[in-house]
Write a protein of this length. Structure first.
Length: 365
């Protein structure tokens, strides 16, 4: 496999995220803990942002309810769309992106309203288990949906098929990359590395299928893994497009080597509506979301389109986009219990177990 390495910026500059370059240590005054202050400030800001975000959704929901109750002549129906983030995105909110596309869709489809409701994978699974379901759901691996319908579309995705029919289509995606201080060793053995691991992601599969072997590594949650790298506690970060976006903001020097053989960082959309009317409008919305016009806006999220080549201002993303064009993935409808076997073999394979690597390849499409 030809290795692609991208060099990002000069180190040490203050980024727009308010962080300095690698190895910079904040100076603490005797009677003022600056680090603690900014941590409290960041948490307060985050709380306010979440409150404002939730309030915005609440206002829109009230607006939908008002239209339904008043029975205006243009009212047709409300299409409920659940949105689940089961992996880190890029630079923007995928829920906000869908809200914007919903507003644009409503303008050209008078009387149809798309209500976007963000939730966790755990919340969605609990609701499905209790018999609740939306009309559409935007989700990644980790959500076990039920009541889904086939989607009529000229877009295809083998990872969202069941018995040849398409039940899930990705509307944006990400990819894995090895991020390092120096060019990677020729033997592809990674030492003093930190692996960014989410609950439903499998970076070990991307490493193993890319021919890399881990030695002396730690596994951490995504944000903790990123900070371990930028603080100098690890020489190598096995991360995603999210980390490449972060490094661009920080203007920090790094070598980016995209992992082109595997990615499970797909944001799918499926139809779970019970009524024929809502199924029809859900299908119309999916066609709108996957249109070239809507897909070109995915670059604003710092993520990639599954169908179109996009342009990026930030360094490293163009190269990642090219690298993941033909990456393998894992079928989104595979039960979580079965995914455990895949994950176990991925970890062993990333440590150099050849038998596990063979099993890993057999489990993939």
């Amino acid at each position: 496999m030809k290795k692609k390495e991208i060099n990002l910026f000069a180190a040490g500059k203050e980024g727009a995220d308010g962080q300095g370059g690698r190895g910079n240590k904040s100076k603490s005054k005797k009677n003022f803990d600056k680090k603690a202050f900014f941590k409290r400030f960041a948490l307060s800001a985050l709380s306010l942002a979440v409150l404002a975000f939730s309030f915005g959704y609440a206002l829109k929901n009230i607006d939908y309810a008002d239209k339904k109750l008043t029975g205006g002549t243009d009212y047709k129906c409300i299409v409920n769309l659940w949105h689940v983030d089961s992996f880190e995105g890029g630079t923007g909110s995928r829920a906000e992106f869908l809200l914007g596309r919903a507003a644009a869709f409503e303008k050209s489809n008078a009387g149809v309203f798309v209500m976007v409701t963000p939730m966790t994978a755990e919340n969605a699974n609990e609701k499905f288990a209790a018999g609740e379901r939306p009309d559409m759901i935007s989700y990644g691996y980790g959500v076990e949906i039920s009541g889904y319908s086939a989607i009529k579309s000229d877009k295809k995705c083998v990872y969202g098929q069941v018995d040849g029919d398409v039940y899930a289509l990705p509307w944006c995606r990400g990819g894995y990359a090895v991020i390092s201080n120096e060019p990677l060793p020729e033997d592809k053995t990674l030492e003093n590395a930190v692996v960014s691991k989410g609950a439903y992601t499998q970076p070990y599969a991307a490493l193993a299928l890319g021919g890399y072997t881990l030695k002396n590594y730690e596994e951490k949650a995504p944000l903790d893994a990123y900070y371990a790298f930028v603080s100098g506690n690890a020489d190598i970060l096995v991360g995603t497009q999210r980390d490449v976006n972060r490094l661009n903001v920080r203007q920090m020097e790094a070598v980016i080597t995209p992992l082109s053989e595997y990615s499970d960082l797909y944001q799918y959309i499926s139809i779970t509506a019970a009524s024929a009317e809502k199924k029809a409008y859900a299908e119309m919305f999916i066609e709108f979301l996957l249109s070239e016009e809507a897909q070109k806006k995915v670059s604003n999220l710092g993520m990639f389109s599954p169908y179109y080549r996009l342009s990026y201002d930030l360094s490293g993303l163009e190269e990642m986009q090219t690298a993941i064009q033909k990456s393998a993935s894992y079928p989104v409808f595979t039960p979580l219990s079965v995914f455990g076997e895949f994950s176990e073999n991925a970890l062993l394979a990333a440590k150099g177990d050849e038998a596990a690597l063979k099993k890993l390849k057999n489990l993939l499409i």
